[in-house]
Ligand binder design. Structure first.
Ligand SMILES: Nc1ncnc2c1ncn2[C@@H]1O[C@H](COP(=O)(O)OP(=O)(O)OP(=O)(O)O)[C@@H](O)[C@H]1O
Length: 253
């Protein structure tokens, strides 16, 4: 499915937080959202996920306004993992991941073997099968992040929207999670701070600054020394890695 924001604007009170942003992601592709703290990435993520309505502009899923989708109808297509996803205490990892199946079930439909298989597959993918009975409130930050991703995967979405999915993860789990998302080959939007990971895993990158879209395109066109200096105020050296052929960004400190 194609997900697109068309000149979306969102305000908190009178303050413009997302200012006329247009971005789109083609089926199976990954769009990275980068930008300094407070540039509007999470706010745009919420608009794209349909968690908030734009004051102006539209979010479209295959050319249909997401405001026209019913709650469950949208949740069967779009899964979102927010930065600080919380859940009720006294629930286990398995309980949280099972919640992902909710949009696919009606009050009358019983839990099926197929639901079990999907939940199991999600736990396997994030490497948490041995934690299924652990209580949520006892998990580390990185483990919670992986559980929330498993919950999103159990939703069997065609569009996955992730707000900084790697920020609590050690380097191995950062790479594992982004590889997992890459292998899913579904339409993905990911807000991410690590420019090297963005260069490696995103098909296109949108740069936000003060709520506005600065530029959008393939990593090789977007992640330039000039853009990094202009938007992030940091001097960087950008080269092509001899090891993986993608961009390698070194910050000159
Ligand atoms: N509900 C709100 N009320 C007031 N201000 C808000 C609200 N939501 C967001 N903002 C402000 O909007 C700006 C953008 O916030 P947002 O969380 O979208 O940025 P971000 O790019 O995701 O930041 P970070 O990289 O720090 O996570 C920030 O200055 C934030 O304080």
């Amino acid at each position: 499915m194609t997900l697109a924001a068309n000149a979306v604007r969102w305000l908190a009170g009178r303050k413009v937080i997302v200012d006329g942003v247009s971005v789109s992601v083609k089926p199976g592709q990954t769009l990275g959202l980068i930008g300094p703290n407070g540039s509007g990435k999470s706010s745009l993520i919420r608009l794209l996920a349909g968690l908030r309505a734009p004051a102006e502009g539209d979010v479209l899923l295959d050319n249909r306004k997401i405001s026209g989708f019913g709650r469950w109808e949208l949740a069967r297509r779009v899964a979102v993992v927010e930065q600080h996803s919380m859940t009720e205490a006294n629930v286990t990892v398995l309980d949280v991941v099972k919640l992902g199946r909710t949009p696919h079930r009606s009050a009358l439909s019983p839990w099926t073997d197929a639901d079990d298989d999907i939940v199991e597959d999600a736990l396997v993918r994030v490497g948490l099968t041995d934690r299924r009975d652990q209580f949520w409130h006892t998990l580390s930050g990185g483990e919670r992040q992986r559980v929330q991703l498993a919950r999103a995967l159990a939703q069997s979405p065609v569009v996955l929207i992730l707000d900084e999915p790697t920020n609590h993860l050690d380097i191995q789990h950062q790479i594992d999670i982004l590889r997992l998302v890459e292998d899913l080959s579904i339409t993905t939007v990911v807000a991410i701070h690590d420019l090297n990971l963005a260069a490696r895993f995103c098909d296109r990158i949108a740069v936000l600054s003060e709520g506005k879209l600065v530029t959008c395109g393939p990593p090789t066109e977007i992640l330039t020394e000039k853009m990094i200096a202009d938007v992030f105020g940091v001097e960087a050296h950008v080269s092509t890695s001899a090891h993986h052929g993608r961009l390698h960004i070194q910050f000159l400190m």
